[in-house]
Design a protein around this ligand. Structure first.
Ligand SMILES: *Cc1c(COP(=O)(O)O)cnc(C)c1O
Length: 351
């Protein structure tokens, strides 16, 4: 059996920095060994083609494109949906604005309007007010970008009802919808629906294989056949054309066939740790109704201080703001490690 490839001291850490830290599963190493390979830029990569067909089918779209990262998938979507100078509506803490290094302005050249929200989903009326036709003075709104689950809001989920209301608005105004669904499989698990029910309300969706679904690399951008044809050109333009990428796609197929149903376990552990840490009453507080998927935001007096004290206890978390820590649960965190995290909070809180 293939080696798991853990660094020698990985067992020492309870790594809650992100679900991106998950290592490939033994089944993934096996799939890489056995994958049929070709050259995807030359158009004959059989394993990539299989992954793209599987992804398209699972989200209920005509086609899908394997891209190196969620960032690239999202930014390609903007470039295909919009022309420079068009306006795009975003929730104000959207990953596409917050963590993608200014790409909407730098690559697609769009104008970004931001709207506030509680749970990651802006009010339909707010979006309606900003869906404006182009005029001599104003940019025309071409696209609404959604994020579900919503990272900076703490993994919160946008309901199917709200998604459908967005769809009705977009149809009425002739605007398209792109979903940054980096963790849309988590959202679907939390809502108890199929991803394709969420995806049916949007024109295009990008989701990550490299987070809770445990692949080492990669995302899938999904949409109509014509959309994906143009997206393929943009991927090449941005330097995302890959050759024997069937090696990576082989892992992605394992993600989609073996890892989706496991996500609910991460949600249960996130919930359990959130409640335990909050109930310690030691200055680390959680808004429990916001713990809906695998992310937990913990409010403290000084997140940098807490992060380094937790690290000294072997627990890694990311300071998300001056007073917020983010914990993300994933397949490489078991119940014993979850308990260690709670004990570390207790120790740091008492010191
Ligand atoms: C991780 C993430 C992305 C894309 O991330 P990459 O690191 O570029 O793969 C996009 N949106 C959200 C909400 C994310 O959490």
């Amino acid at each position: 059996m293939a080696k798991r490839g853990f660094p020698a001291d990985a067992e020492k850490w309870v790594d809650l920095r992100s679900d991106t830290v998950t290592r490939p599963t033994p089944a993934m190493y096996q799939a890489m060994m056995e994958a049929d390979l070709g050259d995807d830029v030359l158009g004959d990569e059989p394993t990539v083609a299989r992954l793209e067909r599987l992804a398209a089918e699972m989200v209920g779209k005509e086609a899908a494109l394997f891209v190196p990262s969620g960032t690239m998938g999202n930014q390609i979507a903007l470039a295909v949906h919009c022309r420079p100078g068009d306006a795009v509506l975003f929730e104000e803490e959207a990953h596409m604005l917050y963590y993608e290094v200014g790409a909407p302005g730098a690559i697609a050249g769009v104008v970004s309007w931001t709207l506030p929200s509680e749970d990651g989903g802006p009010a339909v009326e707010d979006l309606a007010r900003h869906c404006r036709p182009a005029s001599l003075h104003t940019p025309g709104t071409k696209l609404i970008c959604l994020e579900n689950s919503h990272n900076r809001k703490g993994g919160t989920v946008i309901s199917l009802a709200k998604h459908r209301a967005y769809r009705a608005l977009a149809d009425e105004r002739g605007v398209k919808i792109h979903l940054d669904g980096a963790r849309v499989f988590n959202a679907a698990a939390a809502m108890g629906v199929e991803v394709r029910e969420i995806a049916a309300t949007v024109d295009t969706v990008n989701f990550c294989l490299s987070k809770g679904l445990r692949s080492p690399v990669g995302s899938l951008l999904c949409g109509s056949g014509a959309f994906i044809e143009e997206a393929r050109i943009w991927r090449k333009r941005l330097g995302g054309g890959m050759r024997q990428s069937g090696l990576l796609a082989a892992c992605g197929i394992v993600s989609l066939t073996q890892e989706v149903s496991r996500l609910a376990e991460d949600h249960a552990r996130a919930r359990r740790v959130a409640e335990a840490v909050h109930n310690l009453g030691l200055g680390a507080n959680v808004e429990l109704d916001r713990v809906q998927t695998n992310i937990v935001l913990i409010h403290v007096d000084d997140s940098a201080k807490w992060a380094s004290a937790l690290e000294a206890q072997g627990v890694l978390a990311i300071p998300f703001s001056a007073t917020t820590l983010r914990l993300v649960f994933h397949a490489d965190i078991d119940d014993a490690q979850a308990d260690r995290a709670v004990q570390a909070f207790a120790k740091v809180g008492r010191s």
